[in-house]
Design a protein. Structure first.
Length: 436
């Protein structure tokens, strides 16, 4: 016999069959988001591991390569912000799938090019279309998962780019070593274009689009009540995004954190080749431990913030950033030698850095108005990609002189500024406020 549950707040009867269908559907949607975003990561990580081979083949300088990275990061940031606005007013099922197809097409054209003149626009367009990925994920997650469990699921979904980061160094360095740098772009291009069709079939925007009661009807005690008034695009942006100091603080924290993350990700391969004497394959495979640590850190930080801090994210962020500063100092000045110790240090650093990265994005979505989660996340992500841009050409100029000590101090400075931006947000959380 079927059971029903009556929600007193809105008098909606929810059957047990509906709840069972809801759990099955959300796993289907989550798996589609997870594997879809892995492919987004595959298509955007090509350049970092092809760069040493491009430098050798096309005689590009470090500043040339840094310029390509900077243009990509700026285009990605703007694309993510615009994509967030569009995702709040479109169906992420189609928006994310079309974006994946177009990123694959950009990779194909990049692989056929041999001039910096063409590499810059094609990689910039890749960054623009990458902006359709995570805003769609944020929209679907907030529609399918309640507040009390969102930290765990958001953290788990955040590991998708880390899984790609673990696979990419081994896969792309092997392909690049045996088949040349162009194949590093061709392979993910074909997979992404085909997978976009599968993604469109598997995704659904919300429970109601799958013929189920809405999340508010299924879990009224965990969702905000009342009817939300629709606002115009500009009014929503100014009222719920631009006018809120907490969003700006999270954005600046994201800027400095992504400067660190991108700086380490894009330049560590060169560090191991130039400073440690590793060959191309060993250097690339060593970097995968940074991403593997990120898997652990993303899941652990979400779990700890849910269970030990009752949904407060900033205490975990500050703890992780303090420990990351220590690990960063040990990595550059600790004198560790050998593949194992370097990999272990990168694993720990990745875990400590990717935890705050995940929680800052989650905090932005949680403090946002329910009608603009994609716009809010896109706005703070705009800061993040400007941070990535800072890790491109400016860091490339530093490293053109082989000055790895200045590079390390720049990372430490970014870590301190990131921590400083999160302290006021912690004060808000400790006072029990939802947002400012």
């Amino acid at each position: 016999m079927s059971k029903t549950v009556l929600s007193e707040s809105n008098a909606v009867i929810v059957s047990e069959e509906n709840r069972a269908s809801y759990h099955a559907w959300r796993m289907r949607v989550f798996c589609a988001l997870y594997f879809g975003y892995i492919l987004f990561s595959f298509t955007r990580r090509c350049f970092a591991f092809a760069a040493p081979l491009i430098r050798e083949d096309l005689q590009f300088s470090a500043s040339d390569l840094g310029l390509v990275s900077t243009v990509w990061a700026i285009c990605y940031g703007i694309g993510k912000f615009v994509g967030g606005i569009i995702s709040d007013r479109s169906n992420p099922r189609y928006f994310m799938a079309c974006g994946l197809f177009l990123t694959g097409a950009c990779n194909l054209f990049f692989g056929f090019s041999s001039k910096l003149f063409w590499h810059i626009p094609f990689w910039g367009l890749n960054g623009w279309f990458q902006g359709t990925g995570w805003p769609s994920c944020a929209r679907c997650l907030t529609n399918w998962f309640s507040f009390k469990e969102r930290g765990r699921w958001w953290g788990l979904l955040s590991t998708s780019h880390n899984i790609a980061g673990v696979l990419v160094p081994v896969l792309y360095t092997a392909i690049g070593s045996s088949m040349g740098w162009r194949s590093i772009f061709f392979l993910p291009s074909g997979i992404a274009c085909l997978a976009s069709i599968w993604l469109m079939d598997r995704l659904r925007e919300s429970p109601s689009s799958a013929g189920l009661p809405s999340l508010e009807e299924l879990y009224p005690e965990e969702c905000s009540k009342g009817i939300e008034k629709e606002h115009g695009v500009l009014r929503s942006l100014f009222r719920f995004v631009f006018a809120r100091p907490i969003i700006w603080l999270l954005g600046f924290a994201y800027f400095f954190l992504y400067s660190i993350r991108t700086g380490l990700h894009d330049w560590l391969t060169f560090f191991f080749i130039d400073q440690k004497g590793y060959d191309y394959f060993s250097a690339g495979s060593c970097v995968l431990w940074f991403e593997l640590g990120g898997v652990v850190g993303s899941v652990l930080s979400g779990w700890v913030s849910d269970f030990f801090f009752l949904g407060r994210r900033m205490p975990v962020n500050l703890l992780f950033m303090f420990l990351f500063l220590l690990s960063l100092g040990l990595f550059f000045w600790g004198g560790a030698t050998g593949y194992f110790l370097n990999s272990l240090q990168l694993f720990i650093s990745g875990a400590l850095l990717f935890g705050p990265q995940m929680l800052i994005g989650l905090t932005a979505a949680e403090v946002s108005h329910k009608t603009v989660p994609g716009s809010t996340h896109g706005f703070v992500s705009l800061f993040a990609q400007f941070g990535s841009a800072f890790a491109g050409y400016p860091f490339g100029l530093i490293l053109s002189k082989g000055d790895w000590s200045s590079f390390a101090w720049a990372l430490i400075g970014c870590s301190l500024f990131c921590t400083g931006c999160m302290v006021p947000v912690l004060c808000v959380e400790l006072r029990g406020k939802k947002s400012i």
